[in-house]
Design a protein around this ligand. Structure first.
Ligand SMILES: [Fe+2]
Ligand SMILES: [Fe+2]
Length: 270
């Protein structure tokens, strides 16, 4: 079973690019299930029902969020009603949303995804390790194919979670920093890991925001609107191959598609 995990979708450039590219990627790479982190999808922060539907229609099966989960409040009814999207699992019980999202892949395998927030250089939140234990307990009789979206600022938080969960989940894939890393690996016990999948959005930017806003504000301390940038949209992802019966990952590969790559992909006669 082959899974495509797409990193933080940022604003209209990210949403537009994934809508254009995803059907071609799924066909070319023979993907069985698509997961995407969409915490920055609506205007750079949060997700709206409209963007949620656009991503689902584009072929995203499961959606994770992150520290910006509630930035657009009108997503809350979908968060509570729809089992294809989840809140961070180490948010309090009272926080609206489910601790995991669940869907069947094209080959029929049930796949669950769980989002956990790191605690270094981020807002205080419940223990991600205890939350992981709790949710894995809930999923024990449901599926062995569990993917963790480790949404954290610090690289060490992501390595710690990967080694805490190795042999117990199919993959621990990092998001949040918007910068792809080159450390993809299969840990003992068959757990795929990468520190950060990277951003799906405009790379001519500061992590998705306009350089001509963020840079002067940083230098002068004069506030400005950190609008989403536009140039050089790319899709960043990880492709993970999993043994459906055991949930063990056998391969992980970085994936990056830019405008030229998309033209080449769509232009290939099939
Ligand atoms: Fe993000
Ligand atoms: Fe984030």
């Amino acid at each position: 079973m082959r899974l495509l995990f797409v990193g933080d979708i940022v604003g209209p450039p990210g949403v537009t690019f994934i809508r254009r590219a995803l059907p071609a990627i799924v066909a070319a790479e023979q993907v069985d299930l698509v997961i995407a982190n969409a915490e920055n999808a609506a205007g750079g922060s949060g997700i709206t029902p409209r963007v949620y539907r656009q991503l689902r229609q584009a072929g995203v099966d499961l959606i994770t969020l992150g520290d910006h989960v509630y930035r657009k409040m009108d997503i809350i009814p979908i968060l509570t009603a729809d089992d294809r999207v989840c809140k961070p699992a180490n948010f309090p019980e009272e926080a609206p949303g489910r601790p995991f999202a669940l869907a069947a892949a094209r080959d029929g395998t049930l796949v669950a995804v769980v989002c956990l927030l790191g605690r270094t250089f981020m807002r205080p939140v419940d223990c991600p390790f205890k939350a992981a234990d709790r949710v894995l307990g809930q999923l024990a009789n449901t599926t062995r194919c569990v993917v963790i979206d480790m949404h954290a600022e610090a690289t060490a938080d992501k390595y710690l979670m990967a080694h805490y969960l190795k042999g117990r989940v199919s993959a621990v894939l990092g998001t949040h920093t918007h910068v792809p890393t080159a450390d993809e690996q299969i840990l003992p016990g068959g757990t795929a890991f990468i520190c950060d999948v990277g951003m799906t959005g405009p790379y001519d930017s500061i992590l998705g925001r306009r350089i001509d806003r963020v840079l002067p504000t940083t230098i002068s301390f004069v506030p400005s609107a950190f609008d989403v940038a536009e140039g050089d949209p790319r899709l960043a992802a990880a492709i993970v191959d999993i043994e459906a019966a055991t949930g063990r990952a056998v391969a992980i590969r970085r994936y990056m598609l830019d405008e030229a790559g998309l033209h080449a992909l769509v232009g290939v006669p099939r």
